[in-house]
Design a protein around this ligand. Structure first.
Ligand SMILES: [Fe+2]
Ligand SMILES: [Fe+2]
Length: 269
């Protein structure tokens, strides 16, 4: 390993410091300096660069933005989906369709409950990522659109902008930039200008803390011993989610087709 002589001497207090050290202390200092350099080198190497992430585009048979239910990322064939009730309710989608995202969203809503969040923030946490079953790119906007006819403006705001706030730390609430994002987007990734502009707008908005609390409770470090189901959230859903009597997908709303797409993703047209 190449040793940066100046950095090493600085860490020992320059030449005077070294002169005062015994032979063994010097060897120890050199070893610990090399260990820390090695750790730094490993840490720096841990994340791909944004350019390396872009290089990976042509190594997959699908695009990164495609929804989880739409393509198998393991290479295995997709499975037939269970039938849905004629008039499906939100909980039916959690049980029968949101296979890849339900667990993460339930865990986040559970954490938000434990952290004493408002019912609207808990609901936003419960719903925040499920649209990723059909589309991942700009999922904050897609998700808000999917739920907008059925939730309050504040809940839709929280869902829409949680995506943007994930890229920006807020030490006042202990939110740090996620390690996962360094892996996913590259260690040197800079969000595009529209995300930065959205952040500036949301940061000044009176509802800033709504999407921020979704980001704070956005939980990736799951406890596998904690099994969370949709049942504990049925009351909150009952109070804050307007279930259409015809069932989601069949109420003639401007987003009904999105729900039908989730119900029948094997329909070719
Ligand atoms: Fe998200
Ligand atoms: Fe999330």
């Amino acid at each position: 390993m190449d040793i940066d002589r100046k950095a090493f001497l600085d860490s020992l207090g320059r030449a005077e410091g070294v002169a005062r050290m015994g032979h063994e202390a010097r060897a120890d200092a050199l070893e610990s300096h090399m260990m820390s350099e090695l750790n730094n080198a490993i840490a720096a190497k841990k994340y791909p660069t944004a350019a390396e992430v872009e290089e990976q585009i042509e190594t997959h048979p699908y695009r990164a933005g495609v929804g989880f239910m739409m393509v198998s990322r393991s290479g295995e064939h997709v499975k037939k989906l269970p039938p849905m009730p004629e008039k499906p309710m939100l909980a039916d989608f959690f049980r029968l369709r949101f296979a890849d995202t339900a667990y993460h969203c339930l865990q986040s809503a559970n954490l938000a409950t434990k952290n004493g969040m408002s019912e609207e923030v808990v609901l936003a946490c419960l719903l925040h990522d499920v649209v990723q079953e059909i589309m991942r790119t700009d999922h904050g906007w897609w998700g808000a659109q999917l739920f907008e006819p059925y939730v309050s403006e504040r809940v839709a705001f929280a869902i829409r902008y949680h995506q943007t706030l994930r890229y920006y730390a807020d030490p006042s609430v202990g939110y740090e930039y996620p390690e996962l994002y360094r892996q996913l987007f590259g260690g040197d990734y800079v969000p595009p200008p529209y995300i930065e502009a959205t952040y500036q707008m949301v940061r000044k908005h009176k509802w800033y803390m709504e999407p921020r609390m979704v980001a704070v409770n956005d939980l990736y470090a799951f406890d596998p011993n904690v099994v969370v189901t949709i049942e504990p959230f049925e009351d909150i859903i009952g109070r804050h989610f307007k279930q259409p009597k015809e069932g989601l997908g069949f109420d003639g709303s401007p987003v009904a087709h999105m729900w039908r797409t989730i119900i029948r993703p094997d329909q070719p047209l």
